[in-house]
Design a protein around this ligand. Structure first.
Ligand code: GAR
Length: 218
């Protein structure tokens, strides 16, 4: 099988970025990360990239006059490095049109809630404050809306009475680190079929594993 060339965009600590690196290094995913692009020079993701021999590239929005211009340049850098799949791993910006047009159904994001509930920032806090009993995380393709693109994989966790934003985030994050690499693996194997806005996964699906329906309490 061919090696998928990935470009990662991240703004922060990069624990999802690390989970993807690990899945590639163990051979679970046949892929290569050709570049890490960040909008934050202080991001710990930059250290992770350097440690794993991935080129870090800091691109600051303040150096551009518009969002489109910023994302046109990001797209050019990704194309220069032959990137085929763009992965947003805690990238805290709305993606501009030039990137989406250049990568149709090929930009993936992880969101810390069960979309379409609680889009935008602080999905875990929104869910906890609302009082839902189940939350989770979603890997989806990115479209022009705010967390509105086609859903690839979701995983659920219980919300406990004494949860805080932090404890719920921690429980969700563990599943993020499983479903994000899983979605990338499925993409890399060419097993994603689009039916309108619905994603169907060809071949063995993980829906019988605890990935999608983890036993309550775990
Ligand atoms: C993750 O929880 C991710 O789901 C969330 O940011 C965190 C990044 O953590 N993303 C969003 O909220 C996107 N709207 P990480 O840097 O350790 O991967």
């Amino acid at each position: 099988m061919k090696t998928l060339k990935i470009g990662v965009l991240a703004s922060g600590r990069g624990s999802n970025f690390q989970a993807i690196i690990d899945s590639i290094e163990t051979g679970y995913i046949q892929a290569r990360i050709n570049v890490l692009i960040t909008d934050n020079p202080e991001a710990f993701s930059v250290e992770r990239a350097k440690k794993h021999g991935i080129e870090p590239l800091v691109m600051l929005p303040k150096n551009y006059s518009s969002r489109d211009e910023y994302f046109r340049d990001i797209t050019a850098e990704l194309k220069k490095r032959d990137v085929e799949l763009v992965v947003l791993a805690g990238f805290m910006r709305i993606v501009g049109k030039p990137l989406l047009e250049a990568y149709p159904s090929s930009v993936m994001n992880i969101h810390p809630a069960l979309l379409p509930s609680f889009p935008g920032l602080h999905g875990q806090k929104q869910a906890n404050d609302y009082g839902v009993k189940i939350s989770g995380c979603t890997v989806h393709f990115v479209d022009e809306g705010m967390d509105t693109g086609s859903i690839i994989i979701q995983a659920a966790v219980p919300v406990k009475d004494d949860d805080t934003e932090e404890t719920l985030s921690e429980r969700i994050l563990k599943l993020e680190h499983k479903i994000f690499p899983e979605a990338i693996k499925i993409f890399s194997e060419g097993r994603i079929e689009m039916h309108g806005r619905k994603v169907r996964i060809k071949g063995p699906v993980v829906d019988e594993s605890p990935l999608i329906n983890p036993p309550l309490g775990k």
